[in-house]
Structures are given as C-alpha cells and as structure tokens.
Design a protein around this ligand. Structure first.
Ligand SMILES: [Fe+2]
Length: 229
C-alpha cells in the first residue's frame, strides 16, 4: 500500500500557550504520538487573537513556550516551524506588519475565519483587505469547519483570491457527502495543506493519524498526493 508524508500544518502543541497542550509533558506525549504515526514535520500554530493581545506580547509568550519545548522537539528529531493561527478580525489591521505571525521563513499566514456561521462575503472582504495591506500569503485554516465552503461556487470565490487551503484530517470521519466533497477539493488542487489541529493528547483524532494517512494514500493518486505539502 502506498504511503505519503505531509507536514502537520496546524497544531496547538506549544505548551501553555492557548487551549492546547497544558504543559511540556503533554506536548511531549503529542509529539511522540505524531512521530510514531509517521509525522516528521510540524507547524507550531497557537491561537493569536489581535483584540486581546499585542503581537509583541504574543511573540514573547510564544518564545518562552518554544524554549521549553525545543529540547523535546530535538529529542524526537521533529522538524518544526513556528507560526500562529491568526483569528480573522479587523483588529489585525491595528498592526502595520504581520510578518512575525507568518510560518517561520515564509510569508504564509495561517488564518482562521471568524465563524462557521459568518457570511462568506465578510470573510472574503477581510482577506482582500489583508492582501491590499500586507505582502503575505494566506493559508485558510480547517476549511472543513465552514459549511459555506461546501458550496463550490463560494469556494471558488476564495480560490480566485489565491489563498491556500488546509483541511483537518478528521474530515475523513465526516458524513459521506462532506467527505467526498473535500476529497474532490484535494483532487481539484484547491487544498495544499493538511493538519491535525491537535489541541490535547486526549483529542480523539490523535490515535487515528496513521489510519487517515493510509486512507488518503489509498483514495488519491500519486500526483494528487504530491500537491499536498
Ligand atoms: Fe487550531
């Protein structure tokens, strides 16, 4: 059976940063489980809420958390890139520069749309505004969480803006229609990133990562798999 590697592009593994890992011990358990299931590289993407905290304060907290975790990452030989999951609200325009929130050494910013129930036009306008003001590229986080993304016409409005898209692996446990739709989006080349969005070691999907990898490997062609980072 063919297998494939991808970066876990969405994690809350950094300890004591947000509603993710509570401490270094829990982070270690999560890294150990990911590694055992074939994940070699992760983005570290704690939530960033611009209406609650300045970017500087967030970066200071993130640096402290990262220093605590670095020996563990090294011990497990896990490749990593610091980043953030940036909540998409107008308060981000209080900052002239968003580059510190990008995935390290890239101009990619993982953006969490404001609500699964929001008007997609509202989200599209916010993205347009970010692109007008900043030279970043957007990865839309967990597009599987937003029912409006199941509408292909709506999805194409986002595609037109040249955003990258990320799916949470547990879309594979969704109902038939939803699952097929997201597989189709991968096949159509609209999805470039996969992630666990793992928060806690108790997350139900953590022990299933290997199963999801094999399912995707079975359902997608070698060429389709290559379009995933
Ligand atoms: Fe997340």
């Amino acid at each position: 059976m063919k297998d494939f590697q991808f970066i876990d592009s969405h994690t809350h593994i950094l300890p004591a940063m947000d509603d993710g890992a509570k401490n270094v011990e829990e982070s270690e358990q999560m890294i150990c489980s990911l590694k055992e299931q074939g994940i070699e590289e992760i983005f570290l993407t704690p939530h960033y809420y611009s209406h609650k905290e300045s970017i500087d304060k967030f970066l200071k907290r993130r640096n402290k958390s990262f220093q605590d975790l670095k020996p563990i990452l090294d011990h497990y030989d896990m490749k990593y890139h610091l980043g953030a999951e940036v909540y998409a609200i107008p308060a981000i325009f209080n900052y002239a520069n968003l580059s510190d929130l990008c995935i390290e050494e890239t101009n990619l910013i993982l953006l969490e749309m404001s609500s699964p129930k929001s008007d997609p036009e509202h989200e599209l306008n916010l993205i347009r505004e970010i692109y007008a003001r900043h030279s970043v590229e957007i990865i839309l986080a967990h597009i599987d969480r937003y029912p409006f993304m199941l509408n292909q016409k709506t999805l194409k409005e986002f595609v037109k803006l040249d955003v990258y898209m990320q799916l949470n692996l547990d879309f594979l446990d969704a109902g038939f229609f939803t699952k097929q739709k997201h597989l189709k989006y991968i096949k159509q080349g609209y999805v470039q990133f996969l992630g666990t969005d793992c928060h806690r070691i108790t997350d139900k999907q953590i022990p299933k990562i290997q199963k999801y990898r094999l399912q995707l490997a079975a359902k997608l062609t070698a060429e389709e798999l290559r379009s995933i980072h």
